[in-house]
Ligand binder design. Structure first.
Ligand code: SF4
Ligand code: SF4
Length: 203
């Protein structure tokens, strides 16, 4: 017999004890629910369940101090996105150290699988996630969320901040995968990211 395989003898009668234990769990949960302790349900949408600060909810595009998008339209997020639901068009900025910005930045929320790879891949911390998970719309078009709506979402404080780069260390492999795919499929070589410790401190 292969190692790790457990043979269960189904002829053995379980007896009354496991049944009574199961009934004890059922009745104790019923009493807790009836008397308002540890309710399993909430009054949604007035009440919301608390979620982790790593929750992967609907995206937010972050802004510079002058209100323009932090995004430099590098296509890293769109390249690494497994659902291919990010659409970007780039325009030129006059500043030499920024160069580009997104004239169009859309995410199709009905295709998104909320993996957070776009957040991991972004070299500018220009895209982060919120804890909002209940956006509704009456048409598909309403759930394709554009640049200005994504930037406005920074004001949605009631949901709190979700998944963002500073609280994990797994994004470098995702960024490297995005860079390699950009090079392989589009012939773009923007340069590999420097380790965080060797970057100059923001001034
Ligand atoms: S969370 Fe994942 S699927 Fe959604 S836009 Fe980002 S990379 Fe694409
Ligand atoms: S990876 Fe970041 S900077 Fe690059 S296009 Fe996406 S959001 Fe913009």
């Amino acid at each position: 017999m292969a190692a790790g395989v457990i043979t269960v003898n189904r002829d053995t009668k379980p007896g009354l004890l496991p049944v009574m234990y199961g009934m004890y769990i059922v009745f104790s949960n019923m009493i807790k629910t009836l008397f308002g302790k540890e309710l399993a349900t909430i009054q949604f949408p007035e009440q919301k369940r608390p979620t982790s600060t790593r929750y992967r909810g609907i995206h937010v595009l972050t802004q510079r101090e002058d209100g323009t998008p932090k995004c430099v339209a590098c296509y890293m997020c769109a390249t690494v996105c497994p659902a291919e639901c990010i659409f970007i068009e780039a325009g030129e900025r006059p500043e030499k150290d920024i160069e580009k910005y997104p004239t169009r930045f859309e995410i199709d929320l009905l295709r998104c699988v909320y993996c957070g790879f776009c957040v991991d891949a972004c070299p500018e911390e220009a895209i982060v996630m919120s804890r909002e998970n209940d956006l509704v719309g009456t048409s598909r078009a309403e759930l394709i969320i554009d640049r200005d709506r994504l930037m406005d979402r920074g004001k949605l404080m009631e949901y709190g901040a979700g998944y963002r780069p500073s609280d994990h260390d797994v994004r470098r492999p995702v960024r490297i995968a995005a860079l390699e795919r950009l090079r392989r499929e589009h012939g773009i070589v923007p340069g590999m990211p420097e380790p965080r410790s060797s970057r100059p401190a923001p001034g």
